[in-house]
Design a protein around this ligand. Structure first.
Ligand code: NAG
Length: 104
C-alpha cells in the first residue's frame, strides 16, 4: 500500500518537474525571482557571474524536487530557468534566465 502511494507521489513529481519548457528545463522553487540587475553586485562579486543580459530574471535560494505549491510554499517562486549560475550560496541554488510565478 505504501509503495503504491510512493509511486503516485513520484509520478506527480515527474509531472511537476516536466512542466517547464525544454528551453528552460530547470524546475525550481526559489526565495527570490528578480532581474539580474537587482542583485548584480552580489552575482558579479561573490559568484563571478557575468551575463549577456542583466534584465533577465534570476532566481536565488532555489530548491529542487520540492512541490512548490500550496500553503507550505506560499511566497516562494515556482520558476523555470535555463541555467544555473555557479554561485556558492548557503540559501540554495542560483539560476539565470527564468520565468515564474509566486506561490499563493
Ligand atoms: C534565455 O533562454 C532562452 C530560452 O532558452 C534562450 O533562447 C535565450 O537565448 C536565453 N538568453 C540568454 C541571454 O541566455
Amino acid at each position: 500500500m505504501q509503495s503504491i502511494l510512493l509511486g503516485v507521489l513520484l509520478a506527480l513529481t515527474t509531472i511537476v518537474s516536466a512542466s517547464c519548457p525544454s528551453a528552460m528545463p530547470l524546475s525550481l522553487c526559489c526565495l527570490t525571482l528578480e532581474p539580474f540587475s537587482a542583485n548584480e553586485y552580489v552575482w558579479e562579486n561573490e559568484c563571478g557571474a557575468t551575463v549577456p543580459d542583466t534584465s533577465l530574471l534570476t532566481a536565488s535560494g532555489c530548491e529542487v524536487n520540492v512541490p512548490c505549491e500550496g500553503q507550505e510554499w506560499e511566497g516562494m517562486y515556482a520558476a523555470c530557468c535555463e541555467e544555473y549560475l555557479n554561485c556558492p550560496s548557503e540559501d540554495g541554488a542560483v539560476a539565470y534566465n527564468c520565468t515564474g510565478t509566486v506561490v499563493e
